[in-house]
Design a protein around this ligand. Structure first.
Ligand code: SF4
Length: 125
């Protein structure tokens, strides 16, 4: 059983209750396909410009998370009903993931639900 933390972007916090992310985690599909089974440890909301994101990673790890996923909406957007890479909510999600992975020493994965076609979840750390 993989224990997973999720970090989402504040720009989506009043519009999406993470339904797709949580469903995909529970059924280990899309961004969570690499796990046989997964359990959600907790969720944090990152606030721009992300000054506290490493601390969030450390706290999720202290709560038992073995990996952290950031939501697909941070790096992709919906166009004509399809999710496509680019124009997500966060312009520096790669930097944030690299910092969490290095400074909190935990595996980080870019992606959760409804991955853009052909996108394979990128791992950091
Ligand atoms: S990736 Fe999708 S389901 Fe998850 S928070 Fe973003 S919009 Fe909501």
């Amino acid at each position: 059983m993989a224990r997973i933390g999720i970090i989402r972007c504040e720009k989506n916090e009043t519009r999406c209750p993470l339904t797709g992310c949580i469903n995909c985690l529970n059924t280990t599909v899309q961004g969570f396909e690499r796990y046989d089974e997964a359990q959600l440890v907790g969720v944090f909301t990152c606030r721009c410009p992300g000054d506290h994101v490493v601390e969030m990673g450390k706290i999720l790890k202290s709560k038992g998370a073995e990996a952290i996923h950031v939501c697909t909406c941070t790096f992709a957007h919906k166009e004509d009903g399809q999710w496509v890479s680019g124009r997500g909510f966060c312009d520096h999600v790669d930097d944030l993931l690299a910092r969490i992975a290095q400074e909190a020493d935990i595996a980080c994965v870019k992606g959760s639900a409804h991955l853009p076609q052909g996108y394979r979840p990128e791992s950091f750390g």
